[in-house]
Ligand binder design. Structure first.
Ligand SMILES: *Cc1c(COP(=O)(O)O)cnc(C)c1O
Length: 405
């Protein structure tokens, strides 16, 4: 579909169709995989113009590729942004959001409940290159204000360059007020980046709520089938241009054409999948709440979740991720995970298969004991990515395994 027409279509239609960027005389329904590293120039003048950025076009697949470009254009439309750039992983997209705006001497304020890899990047890697990160409680928009003012008071040139949030946050499903935090950041003239991996562009639109950049690990719901690693960043033309320059030209982390094609295929069914993921997750959260071996359930769709009202405001539904504390701590959690037959013990999320994992020893193993406590991740905390199986099979499996504790 014509790009402008697609931007005007309703959500489900936007997910199914692809923006027409390249005219193909054969009109394939699925955009082809341009599995090529390089593209021949017509002549030296064309080559010189492309390198001087006076002419658009593809010449090398680390910089750009037609299949990847269709995926990028589609993501820009779905997230209501000006432009998008795809990467070889979600972590590259996280790094891209940082490098689009920050450099040596700069600072970032981030919510504390974050994907483990993001936390490692922020605490271990960025400081080595002169970028420091302050963490605040994501529930408290005022805490962002205080942290920005505190940082900027210490550094007279006012060098906080980014506010970074993840909502729902991994793994405890903490909800951050995107509009509230954006208003605080913008008061200081600082852009906001949102990791929208858990919600997907079907359930939540951070740019419409006031954020400036949105990113995904496409490895999760966007690919949706557990068979390809990738990431994407959407935002203004300027932010995306800078991210492209640093992460593709400088560092070299492009999405492969094949994985772009898998993402395009995944997007076609994302709305239908998210509806089912959300249905199943709610059923399972309600079941877990009634079980005597379960201490506490974390699901923003439950009316007693502390941010249920906020989640209702900024999300269309509540998604497929559920957390819970097993009574008996780590040993009980391990017993549960080792007793399951339908549910698979694995990291990652957003697949058709239901996956279970133990953050304290797996995805969030880089957190110290104090950091785990601060992020609200207990030793008996279990994270469930609820898949597309029949919910009764999942509930039976959990029931049997809980009974064995
Ligand atoms: C998985 C994940 C990432 C990192 O993505 P990769 O594709 O594994 O590099 C970042 N943020 C969130 C919320 C994730 O779940």
């Amino acid at each position: 579909m014509n790009r402008r027409r697609l931007a005007l279509a309703r959500t489900e239609t936007q997910f199914v169709h692809e923006p027409e960027i390249i005219e193909s005389p054969l009109h394939p329904i699925s955009f082809p995989i341009y599995q090529t590293s390089t593209f021949a120039f017509h002549d030296t003048q064309e080559a010189a113009e492309m390198f001087a950025e006076q002419r658009t076009g593809h010449y090398y697949s680390r910089i750009s590729n037609p299949t990847v470009e269709v995926f990028e254009e589609k993501m820009a439309i779905l997230e209501h942004g000006e432009a998008a750039v795809a990467f070889g992983s979600g972590m590259a997209a996280v790094a891209a959001a940082v490098f689009a705006v920050a450099q040596r001497g700069d600072r970032i304020v981030a919510s504390r409940t974050l994907y483990g890899g993001t936390y490692t990047l922020f605490t271990d890697v960025l400081p080595r290159f002169g970028i420091s990160v302050d963490f605040v409680d994501g529930h408290d928009a005022e805490a962002f204000d205080c942290a920005i003012e505190r940082q900027d008071a210490q550094h007279s040139d006012g060098n906080t360059k980014l506010v970074y949030i993840e909502t729902p946050g991994n793994p405890t499903l903490c909800i951050v007020d995107i509009a509230g935090v954006s208003a605080v950041a913008h008061k200081h003239g600082i852009p906001v980046a949102v990791d929208n991996t858990f919600a997907t562009p079907y359930l939540q639109h951070p740019l419409k709520l006031g954020a400036d950049m949105v990113l995904h690990s496409t490895t999760k719901y966007i690919n949706g089938h557990g068979d390809g690693i990738g990431g994407v960043l959407v935002g203004s033309k300027d932010h995306v241009k800078q991210a492209r320059k640093v992460m593709l030209k400088g560092i070299g982390a492009p999405l492969s054409p094949f994985n772009a094609w898998l993402n395009l295929r995944g997007l076609k069914t994302l709305p239908a999948r998210m509806e089912r993921h959300s249905d199943n997750a709610l059923r399972i959260a309600e079941f877990l709440k009634t079980h005597r071996k379960v201490e506490k359930v974390y699901y923003p769709g439950l009316p007693d979740h502390p941010s249920h009202e906020l989640a209702k405001e900024q999300m269309a539904r509540f998604g497929g991720m559920v957390g819970f504390d097993v009574k008996g701590g780590r040993a009980a959690g391990e017993k549960l995970m080792n007793s399951l037959e339908v549910i698979t013990l694995a990291v990652s999320l957003g697949d058709p298969d239901t996956l279970i994992e133990h953050p304290a020893s797996m995805t969030h193993a880089s957190f110290s004991k104090e950091e785990l406590a601060k992020a609200g991740i207990g030793e008996g905390f279990v994270r469930l990515s609820v898949g597309l199986e029949h919910p009764d099979d999942l509930i039976d499996d959990l029931k049997k395994a809980l009974d064995r504790i």
